[in-house]
Design a protein around this ligand. Structure first.
Ligand SMILES: Nc1nc2c(ncn2[C@@H]2O[C@H](COP(=O)(O)OP(=O)(O)OP(=O)(O)O)[C@@H](O)[C@H]2O)c(=O)[nH]1
Ligand SMILES: [Mg+2]
Length: 392
């Protein structure tokens, strides 16, 4: 399953984002280091279910009016502060917990009302935290790389072998390491001549490759946040920055669970179920949320998850079925599964994703829309509905 890590300074709203996305009951508070142990939960990316297009909307039990939610794993950890690599705050060792994630969402408080340590302040420049966070992650990786450095310099270990092994649990693969070497223009055979700065450059490139970071400009509901967000966009044109409010998404999701409103995560509107049952306080809160959505279109939380998975990781959704005529599994469930696969995947990759045995005994694949057999090197498209024939 795709794993997404939430990182950021204390009190930036990581747990609020996590709770809004997963509905797991985690602690949220305005003091730094509310979260110490990592929280792990299921969130969802939102896609259009193909059931409508194939005329099976009535029979599809897996979507909400044509909106399908595909699960992803989300991690929420302790806050990262400047000089965490020197042991400040909670240090950076907890990054181990979320580094299986293949993409990171930096939850950044853009209101300017908390500093890098999560303490209340006024007019703090949030851009300071963007580079700080990258630097602290780099220092953490640098610490791991240094464990092998001496032996590598003495030629006692093989570079690729050592690092692919050291980083295998962190979702950093050989391709990431090779690309980092190339971008940094460094030759592993000359590692004995690398300076510490060059080693850091390699680490930083590896982080960019293996742990791309998307920024969620949180607390946009606070008036000062808008100006800060505009400044950030100008200053970092190459970084994807999505504005929003985790608190607004959480309030909408909770109101929805309690039956007060009908709200589909990521929507720009909601409908009040029964106005006569609302207290004055609830009415006021819902008015605030309506105004927020009118102004900002959405809360940004769903957009962040979708951007991370589809724009940054470049995944596609494929629907495996057993009966390509009825678009069902053996039990008759319409479009029973929606699987996330990297763009460029083939039917055989899909077979392996369904089950190792199905992959091993793969015979052929059929495109359920056309009923045509597709070749084993066919590149799957987003939204494909595929039946795999296997000799298992
Ligand atoms: N105004 C506003 N406040 C928010 C928003 N999101 C979170 N907060 C508040 O920010 C404070 C910190 O939220 P948390 O979710 O606990 O922050 P965290 O990043 O998990 O903090 P640590 O676990 O201490 O690192 C809480 O008081 C939240 O209610 C938002 O979108 N708008
Ligand atoms: Mg927290």
């Amino acid at each position: 399953m795709i794993e997404i890590g939430l990182v950021g300074c204390p009190s930036s709203g990581k747990s609020t984002f996590f709770k809004a996305a997963t509905l797991k009951d985690v602690k949220i508070a305005s003091y730094p280091f509310t979260t110490l142990e990592p929280n792990e939960g299921l969130g969802y990316v939102k896609v259009k279910c193909p059931c409508q297009e194939i005329g099976l909307q009535e029979k599809c039990k897996k979507c909400l009016n044509g909106v399908r939610f595909v699960p992803v794993k989300i991690w929420d950890v302790a806050g990262l502060v400047p000089d965490a690599h020197l042991g400040r705050g909670r240090g950076n060792a907890f990054l181990d917990d979320l580094m299986q994630a293949s993409v990171l969402i930096h939850i950044l408080d853009v209101s300017g009302k908390t500093d890098s340590k999560g303490n209340p302040t006024e007019s703090f420049d949030p851009s300071k935290n963007i580079e700080m966070l990258e630097r602290e992650i780099d220092y953490w990786l640098f610490g791991l790389v240094k464990k092998d450095w001496n032996e590598l310099r003495k030629g006692k270990k093989n570079f690729m072998e050592t690092f692919t092994k050291r980083f295998s649990g962190l979702s950093i693969r050989a391709g990431h390491i090779e690309n980092a070497l190339q971008t940094a223009d460094l030759n592993p055979d000359e590692i004995d001549k690398w300076s510490e700065d060059e080693l850091m450059l390699f680490v930083s490139e590896m982080r960019k490759q293996a742990k791309p970071i998307l920024v969620f400009a949180n607390k946009i509901d606070i008036p000062e946040a808008k100006e800060n967000f505009e400044q950030l966009k100008k200053r970092y044109p190459d970084i994807k920055i999505i504005p929003g409010s985790a608190e607004a998404e959480l309030a909408l999701r909770e109101a929805s669970i309690h039956g007060m409103i009908n709200y589909i995560p990521g929507s720009s509107e909601f409908a009040v179920a029964d106005e006569s049952k609302l207290t004055d306080k609830q009415k006021k809160a819902l008015e605030f949320l309506k105004k927020f959505l009118d102004e900002h279109k959405n809360t940004g939380v769903q957009e962040c998850l979708n951007t991370a998975v589809f724009d940054i990781l470049k995944m596609i959704v494929v629907y495996p079925v057993e009966d390509e005529h009825k678009y069902t599994d053996k039990k008759g469930n319409v479009l029973p599964d929606a699987l996330l696969l990297p763009a460029g995947s083939t039917p055989k990759d899909l077979a392996y994703k369904i089950h190792e045995d199905i992959g091993k005994h793969f015979i052929a694949a059929v495109d359920a829309r056309t009923h045509q057999q597709i070749s084993s090197d066919y590149i799957l498209k987003n939204g494909d509905i595929i039946s795999i024939r296997s000799g298992r």
